[in-house]
Design a protein around this ligand. Structure first.
Ligand SMILES: [Fe+2]
Length: 333
């Protein structure tokens, strides 16, 4: 495949990724027993600062609890302004009550960026009405979300460098061809994002099936809630329940793992910020920038069979892009 770079992102092979902090060898997030208030104190921040990988049965990092950036002013300068912006967005957004009920739960949301799927003929920008489009532009221009977006993307590059390279290649090819489209954040690899406006953003059990089975999306929890009592992320297939404090970012293959949140109380507020790239965009690139139907129409029977086998192999190869702790340590050395 012809390689092109995506703006300032570079493949690890040409520019080694330096972890933003030392890699942790802890495999699972230990459960906290200490009860915390709905507002995270500075001392509690230290406990959630460190990133921790989640490994699969092959010893590969399949998800990561990313914690928060190593910044004592993070909650005050990033988390709280982000919450304020989302609360303002919820007050001003044009979202009917009916649209707050969807398969992921009962909460308002505004999405944007570039996507492909759901019967669209080709990839394109997520369409919003004038009011919500304006709100989306305001949110992606907010310094707090730019910071959160970049942090999540750096976690991705650190903990899944091979998969990140895969994104760089495909996103590079895509956005080089469609220069009229752009990602929501120049400092982040994903092509789309969603602001979940709550006020009680707690997802029902689901898989994000529109995405590639092995791809990672990022989820950042925001708001004021007791993370020991509620808001946990349940990764059903991994049999894991993770505390998910406000400000923390977790990266998961959300198409492959069935996931949901534990509810919070009605007196609390929880929001989230997610970033992702739809699987349709990868397939669009793979199929020479055309619909699957058109692509297969030009193939012989043998070529179609070969492609179908290749498709199955891609899912296997995709999971193979995850890294072991040993590989990550050798890259960081
Ligand atoms: Fe999800």
């Amino acid at each position: 495949m012809h390689r092109q770079w995506l703006f300032h992102f570079q493949r690890r092979s040409s520019a080694p990724v330096s972890p933003s902090r030392p890699l942790s060898l802890l495999l699972l997030l230990p459960l906290q027993t200490q009860r915390t208030s709905s507002r995270i104190s500075q001392s509690q921040i230290a406990a959630i600062l460190e990133a921790r990988p989640i490994v699969d049965s092959d010893g590969k990092v399949c998800a990561v609890y990313g914690g928060i950036p190593d910044d004592v002013d993070f909650m005050e300068n990033v988390h709280n302004p982000a919450v304020e912006a989302l609360e303002q967005a919820r007050a001003e957004a044009s979202i009917s009550e009916a649209r707050t009920f969807h398969r992921r739960g009962n909460f308002a949301a505004i999405s944007g960026g570039v996507s492909y799927g759901g019967g669209k003929l080709r990839p394109g920008p997520v369409v919003n009405g004038v009011i919500n489009a304006t709100i989306f532009q305001s949110l992606i221009g907010n310094a707090a979300f730019i910071r959160l977006a970049g942090f999540a993307s750096s976690l991705f590059a650190t903990w899944a460098p091979n998969l990140f390279d895969f994104y760089v290649d495909y996103m590079g090819l895509f956005f080089s061809k469609y220069s009229d489209m752009c990602r929501p954040f120049l400092n982040s690899i994903w092509s789309a994002c969603t602001f979940n406006l709550g006020p009680w953003t707690c997802a029902l059990g689901h898989r994000d099936f529109a995405n590639l089975a092995f791809r990672w999306c990022s989820i950042t929890a925001l708001g004021f809630f007791d993370h020991v009592k509620g808001g946990h992320l349940i990764l059903w297939d991994c049999k894991l329940i993770l505390e998910f404090p406000p400000g923390c970012t977790i990266l998961v293959p959300s198409a492959a793992i069935f996931h949901s949140n534990i509810p919070i109380s009605m007196s609390e507020r929880r929001y989230s910020f997610t970033q992702y790239t739809s699987g349709g965009i990868f397939r669009w690139v793979e199929h020479d920038f055309q619909m699957e139907k058109q692509y297969f129409a030009n193939l012989t029977k043998d070529q179609i069979k070969e492609e179908q086998e290749l498709g199955l192999q891609r899912a296997v190869d995709g999971a193979g892009l995850f890294s072991t702790i040993k590989e990550l340590k050798s890259m960081a050395a």
